[in-house]
Design a protein around this ligand. Structure first.
Ligand code: IVH
Length: 671
C-alpha cells in the first residue's frame, strides 16, 4: 500500500493533470491524450481514492461527471443530471456487472438492450408539446451550454414531432451528435486545402461544429445524431427502454439500427464481440457498446451514483494505440502545392495493419506536438482507417534531437515555398511544379472524380516527366502509339487506357468540378454547384453572391470558386476540356426558368413541415433567392410560427406575406 503522504501527492498530481485534460477536451475541443489514456488516469485516481477515502474531495474529477462549462454559450441547467457511464474493459467485467445487479434485485429477471457507444458529443434536446425548444451540451453534467440554434441546423433533429410522442407535454431526449467518417475525411481535406487547422478525429470535428458561434457555420458541417435515452417524458409511460426507443423512432428521431435486445449476459457478450469485430465497417466512430437493463422500473430501483447510472455499463473496445519511433520527417507535395510534413515511422502493427507513416498535417501541428526525428511517439488508429500521432513520449527523446523546420523550397522542383498570412500551410509557388501536376492528374482520374481506370501513378509520372501532359485536356488527346512507348505499357494496356480516358468524357459537371481540384471545392460542394448551375457556362458567369446563396456552401467556398474562374490559366484549362469534348453539363438540371426565377424571398419563423434549410433548398432549386432582410425588392415573405418583426416589415412595405400552406403550394408541394 502507498504511504499516505505519497498517496496524497500522487492524488493531487493526478487531479491536476485530469483537470487540464478536461479543459482540453471539453472547453477547447482539442484533447491532448487519447480516451484510453484518459480512462487510465481516471482509473488510477479512483483506485488511490478507494484506498484512501479520507482524501476524496468534492471537486475531484471522480466525483462529478467530468468536464467544465465553456465560455461562449448561455448556461442550461439540465432537468436531470447528465451522467457518465461506468466502464467494462472485458467480458469478465460484464459478468461482474450482471452479478452485481442480480445481487441487488435477487428475485428479478433481467433482459438487456445493447447499443453502439457513439464517440461523439452528448446532447440533451427538450421538446415541449412536440416542438423542439432547447438543446444543450453535457457541460459538467449538471449545467450545459445552450446550443439550440446550432442544433436546429442538424437535419436529423426534427423541429416538430409526429407519432406517439407528438403530444407529450415535456420530453427530454439524450443522444450523440457525430460526424460520419466519410464526411469527416472530406471536411478535413477541405480544411487542409484551405490552409486551416484540421481536426484530429470525427469527435473533435463534431464538437467544434456544434459549439460554433455562428449557426450558419454549423449548418455547413455534416452532422448526424442518434438518440438513445429519454430522461423526461410526460405524461407518456413505457415499461421498457426498448419500447421507448421504438417510440422515439416512430416520432421522427434517428435511433441506432444496431441496437439489440439481449436476453442474458451471454447474448450481451456476443453482441459486444460482434460489434467490436464490425467496428471498422460502421459509418461512424464507436468506442464501445452500451449495455442497459431494459426494464424501466428496474432501472428506477437501481438508481445512480454521483457519476453513473447503476443500470448501465459501457463495454470499451480495445484501444488501438502503439508506440514507435520516428525515423525521419519528409515533405509531401499535394495537388495545390501544399507541403505536408509526414513522419516516417519504424513500421508497427496497429489493429491488423502495418503503419509506416503518419501525416503531421502542417507546420503548426509539428510545432505543437514538437515531433522530432528519433522521437518515440504514440500513434492511434481511432476506429478510422487513418492513423494519427497522438503525442510524443518526451521522456524517451534521444539526446541531440533538434526541432523540425519546414523547408523554404519545394523538395520536388526547388521553387521557393511560401506560407501566406493567416494560413497554416506552406505551398510550392511554382504552378508548373511536376509534383503538383502529378497529384492533380491523379485526383482527376480518381474514383470519385472522373473515375478513369488504368490511370495510375506509374503512367502519370511518365506523362508528366516526359512533358506529354501539361493539363487535364492533354489526357484526352493521348493516342495509343504514343502511350505504347512508355515503360510498362504494352499495346493492349495503352488501348485500355485511351478507351478509359475517352469513356470519362461523359461523367458530367459535378465530377469535372470535383476533378478540377478547386481549393475548398470537394465532392459535396461540386455536386451542389453542378445541381444549382447545370452547366460550366452558367457557373463561370455566376457571381460570388449567387454561389454563396446555395445552402451547404459557405462564403470561403464561394470566394474560392469565383476566384478560380477569374484566372486566365484556369479558363484555359476549362476551354481545353470543352475543345476535346468533355461534357461540362449536369444531366437533369434544367436550363428553363423555374416558378421562382428572379424572385427574392425571406423566411421568418419556424415552419412545421420542413427545416429552414429544406425550405431554402427548395427555393433555390426553383430559381429563387433567399435573403435575410425584408426590403421593397423582396417578392415574398414566408411567415412560419412566431414570425416576429420581419412579417411586420413586409406589411409596412407592402410585400406579400405567405403562410406555410401558401408557400407549399407556391413550390408545388402538398401538405
Ligand atoms: S446512455 C443515463 N447510450 O457516452 C444515460 N450513452 O461515457 C447515460 N454515449 O455521456 C448515457 N453512445 O454521451 C448512452 N448508446 C449510448 C451512448 C452513450 C454514446 C455517450 C454519452 C455519455 C457517454 C458516457
Amino acid at each position: 500500500m502507498t504511504k499516505p503522504q505519497e498517496a496524497a501527492e500522487k492524488i493531487e498530481a493526478l487531479r491536476e493533470v485530469i483537470h487540464r485534460h478536461n479543459d482540453a477536451y471539453y472547453v477547447e475541443d482539442r484533447p491532448e491524450i487519447s480516451d484510453a489514456e484518459y480512462d487510465r488516469l481516471i482509473r488510477e485516481l479512483r483506485a488511490l481514492e478507494e484506498a484512501h477515502p479520507e482524501l476524496i474531495t468534492p471537486d475531484s474529477p471522480t466525483q462529478g461527471a467530468g468536464g467544465r462549462v465553456g465560455p461562449a454559450f448561455a448556461p442550461v441547467e439540465h432537468l436531470v443530471a447528465m451522467l457518465s457511464l461506468d466502464n467494462a474493459m472485458s467480458p469478465d467485467d460484464l459478468r461482474e456487472f450482471e452479478a452485481r445487479i442480480r445481487r441487488a434485485l435477487p428475485q428479478a429477471n433481467f433482459d438487456f438492450v445493447c447499443e453502439p457507444k457513439i464517440d461523439g458529443l452528448g446532447v440533451a434536446l427538450l421538446y415541449e408539446r412536440g416542438r423542439f425548444t432547447r438543446g444543450a451540451t453535457r457541460g459538467d453534467g449538471r449545467v450545459g451550454e445552450d446550443i439550440t440554434q446550432n442544433l436546429r441546423t442538424i437535419k436529423a433533429i426534427p423541429s416538430a414531432l409526429h407519432g406517439p410522442l407528438k403530444d407529450a407535454t415535456r420530453l427530454e431526449v439524450r443522444g450523440e451528435v457525430y460526424m460520419p467518417r466519410e464526411a469527416f475525411a472530406r471536411l478535413n481535406a477541405t480544411l487542409e486545402e484551405a490552409g486551416e487547422p484540421t481536426f484530429a478525429n470525427p469527435r473533435n470535428a463534431a464538437a467544434g461544429a456544434v459549439r460554433q458561434k455562428d449557426p450558419a457555420v454549423t449548418a455547413t458541417r455534416p452532422l448526424e445524431i442518434f438518440l438513445y435515452h429519454a430522461s423526461v417524458l410526460e405524461p407518456v409511460r413505457f415499461d421498457s427502454h426498448w419500447e421507448r426507443l421504438r417510440a422515439l423512432e416512430k416520432s421522427g428521431f434517428t435511433v441506432n439500427p444496431r441496437s439489440e435486445r439481449c436476453p442474458d449476459v451471454d447474448a450481451v457478450i456476443a453482441y459486444c464481440r460482434r460489434l467490436e469485430a464490425d467496428r471498422d465497417t460502421l459509418e461512424y466512430d464507436a468506442d464501445g457498446a452500451v449495455v442497459k437493463v431494459n426494464d424501466l422500473e428496474q432501472q428506477r430501483r437501481f438508481g445512480a451514483t454521483a457519476h453513473h447510472p447503476r443500470w448501465a455499463i459501457a463495454f470499451k473496445f480495445a484501444a488501438r494505440q502503439a508506440t514507435t519511433q520516428v525515423r525521419g520527417i519528409t515533405i509531401n507535395v499535394g495537388k495545390t502545392g501544399a507541403l505536408t510534413p509526414t513522419a516516417q515511422l519504424e513500421p508497427v502493427e496497429l489493429a491488423g495493419v502495418t503503419v509506416s507513416n503518419v501525416s503531421l498535417h502542417n507546420e503548426d501541428e509539428v510545432r505543437k506536438k514538437d515531433v522530432r526525428v528519433g522521437d518515440t511517439v504514440l500513434i492511434e488508429r481511432a476506429g478510422d482507417v487513418i492513423p494519427y500521432l497522438v503525442q510524443v513520449v518526451t521522456a524517451k527523446r534521444p539526446a541531440g534531437a533538434g526541432p523540425f523546420h519546414m523547408p523554404r523550397t519545394c523538395p520536388v522542383c526547388g521553387a521557393p515555398a511560401e506560407r501566406p498570412d493567416g494560413e497554416a500551410i506552406w505551398r510550392c509557388t511554382n504552378v508548373a511544379c511536376p509534383a503538383q501536376l502529378k497529384e492533380r492528374l491523379f485526383h482527376w482520374g480518381s474514383r470519385r472524380a472522373m473515375d478513369i481506370e488504368h490511370l495510375g501513378e506509374v503512367v502519370i509520372t511518365q506523362l508528366v516527366d516526359r512533358e506529354i501532359c501539361r493539363d487535364f485536356g492533354d489526357l484526352y488527346e493521348l493516342e495509343v502509339p504514343q502511350l505504347a512507348g512508355l515503360e510498362r505499357m504494352a499495346e493492349k494496356s495503352a488501348t485500355n487506357l485511351v478507351e478509359a480516358i475517352q469513356a470519362s468524357k461523359g461523367r458530367g459537371l459535378s465530377r469535372v468540378l470535383n476533378g478540377l481540384g478547386i481549393r475548398m471545392v470537394g465532392e459535396r460542394a461540386a455536386q451542389l454547384l453542378a445541381a444549382r448551375f447545370g452547366s460550366m457556362e452558367r457557373l463561370e458567369k455566376a457571381t460570388e453572391d449567387d454561389i454563396n446563396e446555395i445552402s451547404g456552401i459557405g462564403p470561403k467556398i464561394a470566394q474560392s470558386a469565383t476566384r478560380f474562374f477569374l484566372e486566365d490559366r484556369n479558363r484555359r484549362i476549362v476551354r481545353h476540356l470543352r475543345d476535346v469534348g468533355v461534357d461540362l453539363t449536369e444531366k437533369g438540371v434544367s436550363d428553363r426558368p423555374g416558378p421562382l426565377t428572379g424572385k427574392t424571398l425571406v423566411l421568418t419563423g419556424g415552419l412545421l413541415g420542413m427545416t429552414r434549410d429544406e425550405a431554402k433548398d427548395a427555393i433555390l432549386r426553383l430559381g429563387g433567392r433567399v435573403t435575410g432582410t425584408v426590403s421593397r425588392k423582396t417578392d415574398y415573405v414566408i411567415a412560419g410560427e412566431d414570425p416576429g418583426g420581419k412579417a411586420e416589415d413586409a406589411k409596412r412595405l407592402g410585400v406579400t406575406v405567405l403562410d406555410e400552406a401558401q408557400f407549399l403550394s407556391l413550390i408545388g408541394r402538398s401538405q
